[in-house]
Design a protein around this ligand. Sequence first.
Ligand code: NOJ
Length: 703
Amino acid sequence: MPDTESFTEHLLSQMTLDEKIGQLNQITVGPDFDPDMLRQGKVGSILNGSSGVLTEQGARTTTRAETANYLQQLALQSRLKIPLIFGRDVIHGHRTVFPIPLAQAAAFDPALAEEAASVAAREASAEGVHWTFAPAVDIARDPRWGRVAEGFGEDPTLASRMAAAVVRGFQGEDLSRPDTLVACAKHYAGYGAAEGGRDYENSEISEPTLRDIYLPPFESAVRAGVGTLMSAFVDLNGTPATANRHLLTDILRGEWGFDGFVVSDWDSVAELIQHGVAEDRAEAARIALHAGVDMDMVSRAYLETLAASVRDGKVPVDEIDEAVRRVLRIKHRAGLFSHPYADPQRAAHSQPTAESRQLARRFARQCMVLLKNEDGLLPLQGFRRILVTGNFAHARGELFGTWTLDGRAEDAVPLSEALRQAAPRDVELMFETHVDLALHVAHHADAVVLVLGEHPSRSGENANVSDLTLPAGQAEFVEAMAALGKPTVLVVFAGRPLALTRQVAQVHALLYAWHPGIEGGAALAEILFGYEAPSGRLPITFPRATGQVPIYYNHKNSGRPIVADGAFRTRYIDLPSGPLYPFGYGLTYTTFRYNNLRVSDATLRNRITVSAEITNTGPRAGREVVQLYVRDLVGSLTRPVRELKDFQAVDLRPGETRKVTFTITEDMLAFTRADGTRGVEPGNFHVWIVPHSQGGLRGEFAL
Ligand code: NOJ
């Protein structure tokens, strides 16, 4: 095979204008699909292909692989035989459903996310998928937004690590291998800042905040070699992301050197008309292409208008050539010209295996966050009869969460079944989901486990809520149950942080299980009965009340910071200040002590090291996520009160002490100034090594 650049140039030189525009057109295949479009080279990509289409011979394809192969052979009948690239939303697993991305971030273990993404790539590619629309790396500070479930939380450092890991997991070492997927960092950019948490709303983000908070995970994905990006639906500072040349060309290509392609989001090229920046479809296509959107997802505005715009001299053919070059480059890197077809043998074996399930279980355990554990109620010990109640008591597919096109409920053991299998022999589990009956049964129980929370349909795309408390009726149920005075554990399944202030006061233990995926039931059982300990930490701040959002740990100090609650300080008069639980927070079944913070030098020249000793002071082995935060005390622009710069997980036996050392380099302290330049400014810094974003051991250094 010739190298990618000479291959694409050679191919490009043979293409007609229509064939070029065809490569920039992505369609879905429905009942009205026209096979000749593929034969004529009018389609470059197909997304979320259905599992069956009617062939010209009158038969119906049955499996996804068979459908992909049927469509591919039509495309390969085109003059230049350019293969289609099949895209699909493989967001947190394919058949083996892993925890939702927000939960994955809670594990603070990018290597685990990388492994999960490589399993998803293996399974999906076997079915003819070449390209996934993941990872979503949108920073979100407002959990009302339903898509908070799909990203990695509020912190740019954590999200950047996750982004790079997931890209590596999907794409592997060698993208041309048939068991990898091209990744797509989305939704570029500022999508998570939608006003009021309403999906598709506009966002206003200052350039320094855009560059220091929202863009780093995208840059990290680019540095990890991501093949594609998706432009967001959002109107960013008055220029819709799909029309935003500053984002798509100046920053992405100019500053970061990205050479893959950008796909629009669904219909977002044509939506430039609704945004009010284009008069008609032709203008919308021209603006998007010029901004740097190479492929048009489903709107067909490119297909229908670009040729005429070129002929009228409104679109330079160079712009089309450049977009085509990028698409062909990725198709070539993905190995599509040498293996365009799915292997039916592999497809037949694309299902969860013992190993993929084991990984999913470990991931689910590691992402669950223990938020409260009064008197060590968890793990459950010494209780003979335990009532398990709530809308998740028999959950199966509900454990998967949003965006699981290929997960099958029958692959998951129902929660009740998983708990039964794991319960010690002398424990009697009683299941009752009817609220009134559950109150009766509770009288006969020694302890109560409430498994409540959000159905997957309550988070994800456009599933925004105006109220972050538990879904309708659940708060009353917790209250009624708690009034009985039994030892009560609340397990919450959700796609977002919920405001659980009332429940925290009512129950003895609170475990946040997110939507944990295919092995979520078993993972929960292992944690409840103490075979394993939870070790997740919050990747996003938990508010006390909806009215507190946006609330995030890396905020600015203001001129009137909260020292103690008092008048004329940044506060609400009807709430204590601060979050219900801070970013980075999470308990486990043992405790840790932090000692001896040491900073290697008083002044940073190139680098310094900061260390602390962490001791397991509790009764059992445990995993602690040790976090490094920095504060730049004085800057030409105001600086966040803390910024996470690094983290390390340590596994410690009871009584064991480990010294944890972090390195801080000068570039880690850089930020974007008012004039848009990025750099460091001399001055004094605070540094913390801590279990979460508040309090803890503090040191100092100067730059
Ligand atoms: C719209 C969503 O915003 C995006 O995340 C997804 O990848 C595409 N639809 C394709 O399904």
